[in-house]
Design a protein around this ligand. Structure first.
Ligand SMILES: [Zn+2]
Ligand SMILES: [Zn+2]
Length: 350
């Protein structure tokens, strides 16, 4: 089968590899019908994910059809359409039982697919702990509508959930890339009084204006004044930092009102400074970390009922054999790209 492979630093190649087989009774084999590219894949390519194992098939955003399941798998069966979760988790350890599945203590726990074990920019993928890692897709939900459920949408849903948004709140979201937009969609589910998105790229800002015209838009330079003039208590009640730029962490807490919640979703290339003397008396609550992607069934239910729709984010489509071209486009931000969908040669069967 075709598998896009992390050969070494700066080298991803589409190689011919054997189809994966079941290794553990809790595994499933999934025929990938649609995959995508995530910024984390670019981080692997450029060497900023030291735990990524050379030789692995990359890709951790995919949907597909279950081909085969191990003897211990209970929640899915061959022939079922499924969303694959970016995180592998056992469902049994202390962290899993508390919903902190990102911190699962299983050897495969956390982000393993397409990083430490073979992922899904390929025709088939082996998913460990399939009872937790696969979520059946309702018949009414298309592959494209479900494509982002396991990763960027899971991140947006989790970020909105832990931020404790109320209907009185002014919510500021920094960054309108794929994850920022998923965070925006999920923040809307909580019906805050006001949503402000800060995005420097005029194409991405225009994308927000076109699809969600009720959202207020600002740029990093104007953000602080804009938020002050569009909030009642000296800043945003909730700030969600999804930009990860050199200045966005500082901007996040500067734009927050006293006693606000600042949720840091972004990944940074550099350490960030928490200047406590400047923050004294502001009494902020910071929430940080990696997604706990354990709400996929709920997000699929919201998609099926029409409350959540990420299909506008899929702006470009490629067959898997043109994946190099898809990567170049995705990384360049050219042509208004937000997310790409990749179809393997075997993907069109379903
Ligand atoms: Zn990702
Ligand atoms: Zn666990």
């Amino acid at each position: 089968m075709l598998a896009y492979t992390y050969v070494g630093p700066e080298r991803f190649e589409l190689l011919e590899k054997p189809r994966p087989t079941l290794i553990d009774p809790r595994d499933a084999i999934v025929r990938v019908t649609l995959g995508s590219i995530c910024t984390s894949d670019l981080h692997i390519k450029h060497g900023s994910v030291p735990r990524a194992v050379p030789g692995i098939t990359v890709g951790h955003e995919m949907v597909g059809v279950v081909e085969e399941v191990g003897a211990a798998v209970r929640s899915v069966r061959p022939g079922q359409r499924v969303a694959v979760n970016v995180e592998t988790f056992c469902g049994e350890c202390f962290f899993c039982r508390h919903g902190y599945v990102n911190n699962c203590t299983d050897p495969d726990g956390g982000w393993a697919l397409g990083c430490r074990i073979d992922g899904g920019q390929a025709e088939y993928v082996r998913v460990p702990h399939a009872d937790q890692g696969l979520t059946p897709i309702p018949d009414a939900v298309s592959d494209e509508a479900a494509l982002l459920v396991g990763d960027v949408l899971a991140t947006g849903y989790w970020a909105a959930r832990i931020s404790g948004i109320t209907s009185d709140d002014t919510v500021l979201i920094l960054g309108a890339g794929p994850t920022g937009l998923c965070t925006l969609l999920c923040a809307r589910l909580h019906r805050p009084r006001r949503l402000i998105v800060c995005e420097p790229d005029p194409v991405r800002a225009a994308f927000v204006r076109t699809h969600w015209p009720d959202v207020l838009l600002t740029t990093p330079d104007a953000c602080r004044d804009f938020v002050l003039s569009h909030s009642e208590h000296g800043g945003a009640d909730v700030v969600m930092e999804v930009a990860g730029s050199p200045t966005s962490f500082r901007q996040a807490w500067e734009c927050a009102r006293p006693n606000a919640t600042v949720t840091v979703v972004a990944l940074y290339d550099e350490p960030q400074v928490l200047p406590l003397p400047e923050m004294y008396g502001k009494n902020l609550t910071f929430k940080t970390g990696g997604v706990d992607g354990c709400d996929c069934a709920e997000t699929l239910r919201l998609i099926a009922s029409g409350q959540l729709d990420t299909t506008p984010l899929i702006t470009h489509r490629f067959p898997l054999d043109r994946i190099d071209e898809a990567y170049r486009l995705f990384e360049s931000h050219a042509d208004g790209v937000i997310k790409v969908a990749l179809t393997p040669p075997t993907g069109a069967k379903s």
